[in-house]
Design a protein around this ligand. Structure first.
Ligand SMILES: Nc1ncnc2c1ncn2[C@@H]1O[C@H](COP(=O)(O)OP(=O)(O)OP(=O)(O)O)[C@@H](O)[C@H]1O
Length: 556
């Protein structure tokens, strides 16, 4: 209940309107059931007069009048069903939009440090499966509340019809609830287990998909499948237990209640049979009330089963939002020097990766950074790009600490070319533009020319309109890297950080990338993590990074 209401959030007024409609629906159904029972009694006794209403205060009317009244109630029920169904649907889809938007924004706004700690595929899982389940919680909760309201109204109608027997029914419902409460407790405990196991499965499947080529190359499909199958079986077993309990409890409840009622009616009949006169409407009302109650139980069972997903979303969202990335308050549109002073960085509680770095880069300089694997080069590049914040010391733009510079203005001034650049699903043009709508087609083409990829793009089947990305056409490693450089050059950045842009390239691609670097030299500040001597030839200065310590090696 609490989970569902938290997902419904600002739409609670819509829920209140839905419940108000359910009250009207309940009243109309009660009236209809009274009419049906009265008509049936009149028909069975062969009379044309219908006695309508509670036994003690029934009013008489002709059969055709009663049928017209019944038809009016049916019309009212049909008319009200439309806005009610629309409201219930609106509560679901609005909750879905709110949750998905909030998760996306929280994830994209969270710090890289925090995102490092997330399990593989967790964003996809939250946005996909978990949001669908949360939407289902809203559906089930509204369904349960609407049916509960109808149950209350119909039982109220039953109390008016025959207070003693109706109150006995309520007493028997209460006894069944108390007797079945331990089963409900087991149910709640079991409900979280399949959720947790499912999370593991999704994260392992995401991992298997990412390394699927390696799995085929090492021919380890069997052990990978065995590991996943073990998880699948354990989740299925927990789910099976939950389903069994879910089917059993409502049946026990319903049959138990009917059993109690029969016992009580037989006791009443043996003591004072006159109490049982005129119970036909009551019987109909009770059957309908039990059907509503069954719906409430089914909906609450499903809602309980998926409640852990909502709790997981809330916990993950809270964590993402508390680890949001500082936006920075100072906008800058150029920079003179980029320096680091006593710069240190540590991943979580692990060993310090960068140990008190000092250097200043002047505008237009090309700085090479070399050093053994694991020395801290990529970490330094993330700090220069403001993707991570120093654990001690500062990165300074002029004399402004980089963390005070707004993320937006720094992303306009700087650009990044990663070692393994990724394509997104879209045209070549969209891949170069990379979600930045302010650039014209001419800007895109100029960037591609500067990155020496234009001619190869023109040879593609649809040139700049060729579709690329996962599930579509791929490019060679060298072409991908130059497309990534075009992406970086599009915004005419003052600083480009390149993480081993030529390490995996053939000599022709390497030559073209080096040519781009030569052309940028003096105009754009470049921090170049590289190993190949031919790439390093363009550098003005080279630093060596080893075990988190930076030393200037030689001038080129
Ligand atoms: N997300 C992370 N969490 C914890 N430790 C990390 C993380 N990323 C990198 N490290 C550790 O930080 C150290 C520096 O890594 P970094 O990637 O900066 O080195 P590098 O010099 O760029 O290496 P390479 O040349 O192999 O790319 C390594 O010991 C690495 O294991």
């Amino acid at each position: 209940m609490r989970n569902g209401l938290s997902v419904i959030g600002p739409d609670k007024p819509l829920l209140a309107i839905a419940l108000a409609l359910a009250v009207v629906l309940g009243l109309l159904e009660t009236l209809l059931l009274y009419i049906v029972a009265a008509v049936a009694i009149a028909m069975s006794s062969g009379g044309l007069l219908v006695r309508l209403g509670p036994h003690a205060h029934a009013i008489e009317m002709p059969m055709d009048r009663a049928c017209q009244l019944g038809l009016a109630a049916v019309g009212g029920l049909i008319v009200i069903s439309f806005p009610l169904a629309k409201l219930m649907a609106a509560l679901s889809w609005r909750a879905m939009i709110r949750l998905r938007t909030r998760i996306l924004e929280a994830y994209l706004g969270a710090s890289l440090q925090y995102r490092d700690s997330l399990r593989e595929g967790s964003l996809q899982q939250l946005i996909g499966d978990y949001c669908l389940r949360a939407e289902n919680v809203v559906q089930q909760l509204t369904l349960a509340l609407v049916n509960l309201v109808m149950f209350v109204i119909i039982v109220a109608g039953a109390i008016v019809s025959s207070p003693e027997v109706a109150l006995l029914l309520i007493a028997s419902l209460a006894i069944c609830t108390v007797l079945l409460s331990p089963v409900g407790r087991w149910l709640r405990e079991d409900a979280t287990k399949p959720t947790l196991t499912n999370r593991e499965i999704v994260s392992r499947v995401a991992q298997a998909a990412r390394v699927s080529t390696e799995i085929a190359a090492y021919h380890v499909e069997r052990p990978v499948a065995d590991m996943l199958n073990a998880d699948i079986r354990s989740a299925a077993r927990a789910m099976g237990r939950l389903r069994f309990e879910g089917r059993l409890v409502p049946n026990l409840f319903q049959y138990g209640t009917i059993g109690f009622v029969l016992i009580l009616v037989s006791i009443v009949a043996s003591i004072e049979p006159s109490y049982l006169a005129g119970l036909a409407p009551l019987a109909l009302l009770l059957v309908r009330a039990l059907a509503s109650l069954r719906q409430v139980q089914r909906a609450t069972h499903v809602a309980r089963e998926i409640a852990p997903f909502v709790q997981a979303i809330e916990a993950d969202l809270d964590a993402l939002e508390t680890h949001s990335w500082p936006a920075g308050e100072i906008d800058i549109d150029r920079f003179d020097t980029l320096g680091v002073r006593n710069l240190c960085y540590q991943y979580g509680a692990e060993e310090t990766v960068l140990k008190g770095l000092h250097f200043v880069i002047r505008p237009g300089e090309v700085i090479g950074i070399v050093g053994p694997s694991g020395g801290g080069k990529s970490t330094l590049s993330a700090l220069l790009l403001r993707l991570r914040l120093p654990t001690a010391g500062q990165v300074l733009v002029g004399d402004v600490p980089l963390e005070a510079v707004s993320a937006q203005s720094w992303s306009r001034l700087s650009a990044f070319v990663p070692q393994d650049s990724k394509l997104v699903f879209g045209t070549v043009r969209a891949n170069i533009r990379f979600f930045r709508p302010g650039f014209s087609d001419d800007d895109v083409e100029a960037a591609a020319r500067a990155a020496h990829i234009h001619d190869e793009i023109m040879r593609l089947p649809q040139g700049y309109d060729t579709q690329l990305g996962p599930g579509s056409r791929d490019l060679s490693g060298g072409q991908r890297q130059r497309l990534s450089i075009a992406r970086a050059l599009l915004g005419k950045p003052e600083l480009i950080v390149m993480d081993e842009p030529t390490s995996a390239l053939d000599s022709r691609s390497e030559k073209l990338v080096t040519q781009t670097l030569q052309e940028l030299r003096g105009r754009t500040t470049i921090v170049l993590i590289a190993h190949r001597p031919t790439t390093l030839e363009v550098c003005d200065r080279i630093f060596e990074m080893d075990a988190g310590v930076l030393t200037e090696r030689l001038a080129c």
